[in-house]
Design a protein around this ligand. Structure first.
Ligand SMILES: NC(=O)c1ccc[n+]([C@@H]2O[C@H](COP(=O)([O-])OP(=O)(O)OC[C@H]3O[C@@H](n4cnc5c(N)ncnc54)[C@H](O)[C@@H]3O)[C@@H](O)[C@H]2O)c1
Length: 263
């Protein structure tokens, strides 16, 4: 994607995206770079892995951080490395174990809560000052985009832990937004709720939940728009929430689901 120089919506912005090497993360980084942002890609792979190296080659104006979102020390290291300001934070890292509640080990429940919700809490707690400095240094507020899910709003069998973690992330978003506004800190916080999108996560879930491995296809058929979404369609919504085009939106939620939750 080549950003037209006159329409660079994130020009001069510094952004950090977690889970950057996954399907939706890569699409968000790609679009943010195309719109003029300098992006920090954060994920579990080591910095000298092929995946991290190839991503950096692809994006050009980008840096890589090996960062486990559940680990406070990793966040402290990231805060020290990225300098004194951050305009955009996208809490996108996520995992989605599936299974019926009676079969789900407690450790898996705790891990999904740690990655999908605690990770965003640690990011906000560690980087609030960076975001505040960015928000105060120009006329645009800093922006945090929390990638939740439609499963924060509607239920699904075999997805209890995942859905609970995404519901918690939705609630965290609203209280964080209010805390920053009340503290007169120029930081907006919103959640983005994708429907079903074809990535490694849904391909793996589809294989695990369906013997025929065709769950993803049937979720597409069940979606009112009769297909699953693409990572790029989620990235465009993240771009809107990250850019100052959404300057009057905070504590809100944006659903991108082909109509799934409208029924
Ligand atoms: N794909 C969908 O249908 C869908 C729907 C709704 C919401 N989401 C959400 O979108 C986000 C991205 O998912 P995706 O579909 O691109 O999945 P993905 O599996 O392709 O990418 C997830 C990325 O998160 C990283 N990650 C996992 N644990 C981590 C940790 N502890 N620290 C840092 N990084 C970690 C993985 O390494 C991976 O690169 C997730 O939060 C997911 O829950 C996805």
């Amino acid at each position: 994607m080549n950003g037209n120089r006159q329409h660079l919506r994130l020009k001069g912005c510094q952004a950090l995206v977690t889970g950057a090497l996954g399907g939706i993360g890569m699409a968000i980084c790609d679009l943010f770079v195309a719109h003029g942002a300098r992006v920090w890609l954060a994920d579990l792979e080591s910095a000298d892995s092929d995946k991290a190296r190839l991503a950096l080659e692809q994006f050009g104006d980008a840096e890589y951080l090996r960062l486990d979102v559940t680990d406070r020390r990793d966040w402290d290291r990231a805060a020290a490395r990225i300098g004194d300001r951050l305009d955009i934070l996208v809490n996108n890292a996520g995992i989605a174990p599936t299974g019926e509640m009676e079969d789900l080990p407690l450790e898996q429940w705790q891990q999904v809560m740690a990655v999908n919700c605690q990770g965003a809490f640690l990011a906000l707690a560690t980087l609030a000052s960076h975001l505040e400095r960015a928000g105060k240094s120009n006329d645009r507020w800093a922006s945090v985009v929390n990638i939740s899910s439609i499963l924060a709003m509607v239920g699904m069998s075999q997805a209890s832990a995942y859905a609970a973690s995404k519901g918690a992330l939705r609630s965290l978003t609203k209280s964080a937004a209010m805390e920053f506004v009340q503290g007169e800190r120029p930081i907006r916080v919103n959640s983005l709720h994708p429907g079903f999108v074809e990535t490694e996560m849904t391909r793996a879930g589809s294989d695990a939940m369906s013997e025929a491995g065709d769950l993803l296809a049937s979720l597409g058929r069940e979606t009112p728009m009769a297909r699953v979404g693409t990572p790029e369609e989620i990235a465009f919504a993240a771009l809107f929430l990250a850019s100052s085009e959404s300057s009057f939106i905070t504590g809100s939620e944006l659903t991108v689901d082909g109509g799934w939750t409208a029924r």
